[in-house]
Structure formats: structure tokens, C-alpha cells
Design a binder for this molecule. Sequence first.
Ligand SMILES: O=C(O)CCC(=O)C(=O)O
Length: 198
Amino acid sequence: MFGKEAIDIPVGDGSLLLVTGFYPLAEANQLLKTLTLELQWEAKAIKIFGKEIMQPRLVAWYGEPEAVYTYSGTTFVPHPFSPTLLKIKFDIEQYLNADFNSALANLYRHGQDSMGWHSDDEKELGSNPLIASISLGEERVFKLKHKHDKTRKLDVPLPHGSLLVMGGQLQHYWQHSLPKSAKVMGPRINLTFRKVGL
Ligand SMILES: O=C(O)CCC(=O)C(=O)O
């Protein structure tokens, strides 16, 4: 792939932009390697119907001290941004002319790691949050389904080095997930930059 290509995905009820090649291959490879070692990955439990279950992936929460975030009954207190996360945050902020104060990092170790259906609609994110999501490593399918119209669904493969931007009313009307894959797969890191609590 040569250079960045920005693809506006027409979802209606919100906006979705995919930028392939946001990082060129050599840089994306280096970022994947560095972040795998640099971030403080943890296996975390979440509460579902009052029961604690382990999340099927590793996670880490980074950000400014005020960016405390509660997700599925678990409170995340952020680690200070690592040097690599600060660089990526700067690149995204320049590209989108936006600013972020936190990043949720997910490490999908293999095809059996996943993220269930949800919307990023926690009150700390405000009403129409802009969320910038970087994908590094194995390409996985990001699924979307409309909350009120069952006929509207979408599969968006997220390539190595890509940026996906969710905005407008997307979180009100859509849910998203990253399902398991039966294929044998290498690891993937996803970083979602957000602005929390302001
Ligand atoms: O790994 C992904 O691309 C999905 C991440 C996600 O849904 C989230 O962090 O809310």
C-alpha cells in the first residue's frame, strides 16, 4: 500500500472514517513491537450481570491524571502516557485537528481474543464523542450494527497501520464489536484515543 487513503464510510446516524496507511508498513511494524513491550498490559475482569469474568484480551489505560474512566463496572486509573503513545497522540491530533487526553489499549493475543457488542457511550465521554482508533498487527474485522434497524450492519476490516475515526451520533445509534476468528492469528494492538471527563 502506498500512502494514506481516507475512506468516508457512509453509515448514516453518525460518521465513520477509515484511513488506511496512516502509518506506513515499516513504522507500523516498529510501533507494534515497541508498544507490545512498552505498555503495562493487564488481564482484567469485568462484571456481567453481577458476575466477574475475565476479559478475552489484555488491556491498559493511559492518559492525563483526570482521565479516570469506568467501563463495565471496572474503574480504570490511567498510567501516564508512554513516549510512543504520546507520539501517536500527537500524529492523530495533527491529522484530525482534535485533542485527546486518554487512550485505551487492547492487546488481542490471537484469534480467540475479542471484544463484545457495545457503544462507547459512557457519560465521561460526553454526548457525541470523537474516538480515534489505531490498529497494529493482524487485520481483524470490526463489526457495526444499528440499535433500532436490524437490517443495517457493516463489517470493516481494519488493516495494520490504519486509523478508524468514529464521530457524530455514531455511539447513540450503533454498537460495535470485534469478534473472535476461527483462523490462527497473530497478535493485534488497538489503541482508542478519547477525551474523557471534560
Ligand atoms: O479493537 C477494536 O478495534 C475495537 C475496540 C473497541 O471497540 C473499543 O475500545 O471500544
